[in-house]
Design a protein around this ligand. Structure first.
Ligand SMILES: [Zn+2]
Ligand SMILES: [Zn+2]
Length: 430
């Protein structure tokens, strides 16, 4: 430090003495002056903290609403976020990526605090059960709703069921149904290429969460507007959820899961928020992310060994049945999302089947077993014969079972007519 710097520090200290009327360090002034100084300093500190809270609170508010409405290309809601120049970042893309990183950092930090409370036994049993139920509902909203119903049209749903699924999906805070479907259709169309939003060939971290923290690949940008979303735009439930997404997600995913445990069984408000809202949301988010990462890397490939997606039991359990991913990429329009029906590892199929009993879910499409067998014999890795209960009606492997990969589902115009003809449709409604 230069002598000049020392001098100026001394001058500053002197000025502070005059301004505050008290000295720093060992003081020789009276107790009453000390008390005044202590109070003055405390008030100054509190004011500083309030300013800090205001400063970061405002920014967190901006980040939160931005993140919920997410993509500027489809952001047209009246609840769109405040202007980006609040944060003085001119490059909108860089800004968006930074916001997303900050958002993920904040939710993971809060979820860790919630995990700490669980581990140290500060959480009531009812709160844990409640968080599990809410997490399961949000998973079903994603798997049975955004995924099987809206992305793939693997079945149809009446208005009340679509509303229920839209609300469940909102609880998951995984973007609006519209955005989710658009990205997922791209994922099926261009699986594990640069146009796939979470290309698993770029490694586990990228396909799991990195893709959400980084700028999209130019190949993705060039393809994103080519996805046919006319069916989504024609479904007013989807568009209604899209327009109201930010306030809905805020209330359903954060406010209600915080207030209900506090109101009904007297859980501490902070504990309720950290466990039932934050930890629950982050865990369900990672469960879904595992489909893009683990279920594209680890597991057997009984139906098509030429693609990355695999059959992953743990991911199936964590996602209510969406980890049977080799089957799903081979037959994306099957409402069961799997060949074998095990409700324990496929709660979403149980959910759809239950609603089909009262007619709210109908036109449930699935693939006849003998055609699955033929496809497995033709392109599988040979593991199906050991895992499938059904004996192979095999032999005739010459007969081609089509089901091209690179179609995103039943509504894809490129789905071959043969596939439409071979499909078994339960609860058909003409
Ligand atoms: Zn899919
Ligand atoms: Zn996939």
């Amino acid at each position: 430090m230069s002598p000049n710097a020392t001098d100026s520090s001394a001058i500053l200290r002197e000025e502070r003495k005059i301004t505050n009327g008290c000295a720093n360090g060992w003081s020789t002034v009276s107790d009453s002056t000390d008390k005044r100084c202590w109070k003055g300093q405390a008030v100054t500190k509190i004011n500083g903290i309030v300013d800090l809270v205001k400063h970061y609170g405002l920014r967190f508010y901006i980040v939160f609403w931005h993140e919920l409405s997410m993509n500027p290309r489809v952001r047209s809601s009246p609840y769109s976020p405040p202007p980006a120049d609040e944060l003085v970042l001119s490059d909108d893309d860089v800004f968006s990526t930074r916001r997303r990183r900050l958002f993920f950092l904040s939710i993971h930090s809060l979820a860790l605090a919630g995990l700490y409370m669980c581990v140290t036994g500060q959480v009531k049993l009812y709160t844990l059960l409640f968080a599990t139920v809410v997490g399961t509902m949000s998973s079903i909203g994603v798997t049975a709703g955004a995924h099987r119903l809206w992305s793939h049209h693997a079945y149809k749903a009446t208005l009340p069921l679509r509303v229920i699924l839209a609300l469940f999906q909102t609880v998951g805070v995984q973007y609006s149904i519209y955005n989710w479907v658009r990205d997922h259709r791209l994922h099926h169309k261009y699986t594990d290429t640069d146009a796939d939003p979470h290309n698993s060939n770029r490694g586990f971290f990228y396909s799991h969460i990195g893709w959400a923290l980084m700028m999209p690949h130019p190949a993705f940008e060039s393809k994103v507007n080519t996805v046919d979303m006319s069916d989504m735009e024609a479904d007013w439930v989807v568009m209604w959820q899209y327009r109201l997404y930010a306030p809905l997600a805020f209330v359903l995913s954060y406010v209600l899961p915080t207030v209900v445990p506090w109101w009904l069984w007297g859980e501490d408000l902070l504990v309720a928020h950290l466990v039932s809202a934050q930890l629950r949301q982050v865990l369900t988010l990672h469960s879904t992310f595992l489909i893009n990462s683990a279920a594209h890397m680890w597991g057997i490939k009984p139906y098509d060994k030429n693609i990355n997606p695999t059959e992953n039991l743990l991911v199936s359990f964590a996602t209510c049945g969406d980890g049977w991913h080799n089957y799903h990429h081979t037959f994306p329009w099957d409402y069961k999302n799997a060949e074998l029906l095990d409700y324990k590892l496929n709660l979403s199929t149980l959910f759809i089947d239950l609603f089909s009993l009262i007619g709210w879910a109908y036109d449930l499409k699935t693939v006849p077993t003998d055609l699955v067998t033929k496809r497995a014999l033709r392109t599988g890795d040979g593991t199906r014969q050991r895992t499938a209960v059904v004996a192979d009606a095999a032999a005739d492997t010459e007969q081609e079972t089509t089901t091209a990969t690179h179609v995103y589902g039943w509504s894809d115009k490129e789905l071959p007519d043969e596939d439409r003809q071979i499909a078994q449709i339960y609860k058909k409604c003409d």
